[in-house]
Design a protein around this ligand. Structure first.
Ligand code: SF4
Length: 284
């Protein structure tokens, strides 16, 4: 497998220098490392700059509604659990419009890897504050600064029951690739919250901002099996910002717990002979 095997031959439309390019490169590198072929992967997107990857990544793809990448990915996983399923989302998309899906999919522990391009603004619609924008962040819709505190995706994912919770920085490609590969490999719901500088609209959370602050949890021998310590680390944000795996555990996935899905995916269950006339009469 080569990186080109995942290309659709389309030209990237992100702003030159956008960290979305780095995520696109690392997703393909991770897939090659895991020896996953394009036909073995489904990528589901929401709406936002991240969603442009749908036009460039060769695999089964689905661009859903705003904030809805996770329910579509979940449905697809139930229909065919043999597929590797990733959901790709933005911070506004996933932690705003899609917040309830984020929490509820984490609770299910469905085997889905979620990659969030977290640039702390709504980039596609020209830089409005998002749920992860810092308090005081000024934008067109918040001229006096954001009044409320930002959501904390790491703490939310841990408390909702996600079994793999990580953060990466798009300026550290080898580490980002490692996090994406680990998340896809993980059996269960896995989050990679990617700190992704939007060079056009977010002039605070820049590459320089993160280069000065990020450090790798693995360099401090962090215990990824301790939920309380993970929660404590999730709130570290200032002169030092941790990246890496905060929390990881093994737990039965949704597909494995559901009696009708334990042995076979839905598509393998031969339901084509089922008479749906009564259902059609009642509901259509
Ligand atoms: Fe990237 Fe921001 Fe441009 Fe969107 S608006 S493509 S996130 S730099």
């Amino acid at each position: 497998m080569k990186i080109e095997d995942f290309d659709l031959g389309t030209q990237a439309r992100w702003c030159p220098g956008c960290a979305d390019f780095n995520i696109w490169v690392t997703v393909r590198q991770a897939l090659i490392e895991l020896n996953i072929q394009p036909h073995e992967l489904l990528a589901v997107y929401g709406i936002g700059c991240h969603g442009h990857m749908a036009n460039m990544l060769k695999c089964y793809g689905f661009e859903s509604l705003h904030g809805r990448s996770l329910p579509v990915a979940f449905g697809a996983k139930l229909a065919n659990r043999n597929l590797n399923v990733i959901a790709v989302a933005g911070d506004g998309d996933c932690y705003g419009e899609g917040m309830s899906h984020f929490i509820n999919t984490a609770r299910t522990n469905a085997d889905i890897a979620l990659i969030v391009h977290n640039n702390m603004v709504y980039g596609l619609t020209t830089g409005q504050a998002s749920p992860t924008s810092a308090k005081g962040y000024k934008s067109k819709v918040t001229p006096d600064g954001v009044f409320d505190v930002p959501v904390n995706p790491i703490a939310l994912a841990i408390s909702a029951g996600a079994t793999f919770v990580s953060r990466a920085f798009a300026g550290n490609i080898p580490h980002l690739k490692q996090m994406i590969a680990e998340a896809i490999k993980h059996r269960g719901f896995a989050l990679v919250d990617v700190l992704q500088p939007c060079i056009t609209y977010n002039k605070i959370n820049t590459y320089e901002f993160y280069y000065k602050r990020v450090y790798r949890l693995q360099d401090e021998n962090f215990d990824t099996g301790d939920k309380m310590k993970a929660m404590e680390k999730a709130f570290e944000w200032g002169d030092r910002i941790p990246i890496g795996i905060f929390y990881r555990e093994e737990r039965e996935t949704y597909e494995e717990s559901f009696p009708q899905l334990k042995e076979k995916s839905l598509f393998e269950q031969g339901i084509s002979n089922v008479n749906v006339d009564r259902l059609m009469e009642e509901f259509v």
